[in-house]
Write a protein that binds this ligand. Structure first.
Ligand code: PNS
Length: 161
């Protein structure tokens, strides 16, 4: 039986911290689905298809393994995506205590809904302070986002600024 895991998120946009967690997770599972999920609690800056495209390019540019599938999941429950692809594990990056507080209820709901377990993974400490929301803020104020995001994302944000 192949081990399949899902790394879900808004990825608005994908950061170097996300890519770091994706690389680590891809090493542990036979198949890893990176899924851009609509978060009903957030208003996104980038369209869903653009976020998928940027992640796909960033993964290719980083030379990550070919067991990674990039997909999107519009309005439904994350656990339904997991069932569809046969994944029993969700992986989320944890940077600090605030992330644990934010992620824990979602992990418990996903387990109650469908028995999906969540694994928390630590990124490289150098990425621990990077967040998509800070990147959006820096980009909106015309700052340099290159230290925090893959090149394709920095180029996209510069073009659309
Ligand atoms: O990167 P984010 O915004 O913190 O990711 C949160 C996300 C999108 C994974 C979460 O909001 C989600 O799973 N949304 C899909 C709807 C759902 O399944 N909700 C119930 C469990 S939280």
């Amino acid at each position: 039986m192949s081990r399949i895991a899902v790394v879900p998120g808004s990825f608005d946009p994908v950061t170097l911290g996300h890519i770091d967690v994706i690389a680590r997770a891809a090493d542990l599972y036979d198949e890893l689905h990176v899924v851009v999920v609509h978060n009903p609690g957030k208003t996104a800056l980038l369209p869903l298809d653009v976020r998928v495209d940027l992640i796909t390019q960033a993964i290719a540019n980083a030379g990550l393994p070919s067991n990674i599938v990039v997909a999107s999941w519009g309005e439904g429950l994350l656990v339904d995506y997991c069932s569809q692809v046969g994944a029993r594990v969700v992986i989320k990056g944890i940077r600090n205590q605030a992330d644990v507080t934010y992620e824990t209820p979602m992990a418990l709901v996903n387990r109650n809904l469908a028995g999906i377990e969540t694994m928390f993974m630590l990124p490289e400490p150098g990425h621990a302070y990077v967040s998509s929301s800070l990147v959006r803020q820096v980009a909106a104020l015309k700052g340099d986002v290159r230290p925090y995001v893959p090149h394709v994302v920095a180029d996209y944000l510069n073009r659309s600024a």
